[in-house]
Design a protein around this ligand. Structure first.
Ligand SMILES: C[S@@+](CC[C@H](N)C(=O)[O-])C[C@H]1O[C@@H](n2cnc3c(N)ncnc32)[C@H](O)[C@@H]1O
Length: 241
């Protein structure tokens, strides 16, 4: 099942959503079940947990910086955008100053996100935009941009191009939070790593510090999921070109 989904769309959020929520489901094959319960599979759910823990701290940092307390988050390649929806629902449902725009090319993922946001009563805080985020023309620049689960399968040069493009959507003192898969996944769970590769989900390992440096960002800090399989790097624009 995982492999059918990635063959149809290699970057699909169907997989990430299943890893976040799939334990309640009866998966069709033992291999799907294995992947869901493997360290590599669980690390993706742990990545979501880590983002949900760190994002409120980063939002608060920007609320303190802004006189009007307004913070705008761009969730690029959001899928449904469960991370931001759950953070807004648990911390900011009654504060209309913290808002988000979720951009994804997959209309079905956005519909799912709209439903999630309605259920969590934060739909008034989130705009859902269908399209390629690389071609997005923002009317307002973002304080915080999330790029989670986007770079894992891309080569170094493509990642640099993406980070350069999204820099134009950020305020000068805004920050970009990017997830990058670590070699630790291959070292500590090689079987699942190879299973994922066979299932058309091939990880490409690269150094996030180098990507940020080449794309013109200053690295502020990092955090990881509990397995250390995903590194979330936070950076601010060093230059605008
Ligand atoms: C693996 S999912 C990750 C979803 C979400 N960020 C998360 O962490 O759960 C990757 C998502 O990025 C979207 N995506 C990839 N490249 C994109 C692009 N250039 N423009 C818009 N969406 C894109 C895919 O459609 C997919 O929903």
């Amino acid at each position: 099942m995982f492999s059918a989904a990635t063959t149809a769309n290699p970057a699909t959020s169907i997989i990430t959503e299943l890893l976040y929520d799939g334990e309640k489901l009866n998966l069709p094959s033992p291999i799907d079940e294995y992947f869901l319960l493997s360290k590599a599979g669980r690390s993706i759910k742990e990545r979501l947990k880590a983002v949900k823990e760190e994002l409120p701290k980063i939002i608060e940092e920007y609320r303190r910086k802004r006189k009007d307390k307004k913070v705008l988050i761009g969730n690029l390649g959001s899928g449904p955008g469960r991370d931001v929806i759950e953070v807004l629902a648990s911390h900011y449902f009654n504060i209309s100053d913290v808002r988000a725009i979720h951009i994804d090319k997959d209309g079905f993922a956005l519909e799912r996100g709209k439903l999630m946001a309605q259920i969590k009563k934060v739909n008034h805080l989130i705009e859902f935009v269908k399209g390629n985020f690389l071609k997005y023309k923002p009317s307002k620049k973002f304080d915080i941009i999330l790029l989670i689960g986007i770079l894992c399968s891309l080569d170094f040069g493509t990642c640099v191009i993406i980070l350069k493009k999204v820099k134009k959507f950020l305020k000068k003192d805004g920050c970009l939070i990017v997830s990058n898969v670590s070699k630790k996944m291959l070292e500590e769970d090689p079987f699942t790593y190879h299973l994922m590769s066979l299932g058309n989900w091939k990880m490409v390992f690269k150094d996030e510090k180098e990507i940020f440096r080449k794309a013109g960002y200053k690295v502020k800090r990092y955090f990881t999921d509990s397995y250390g399989f995903h590194i979330m790097c936070i950076g601010t624009p060093r230059s605008y070109f």
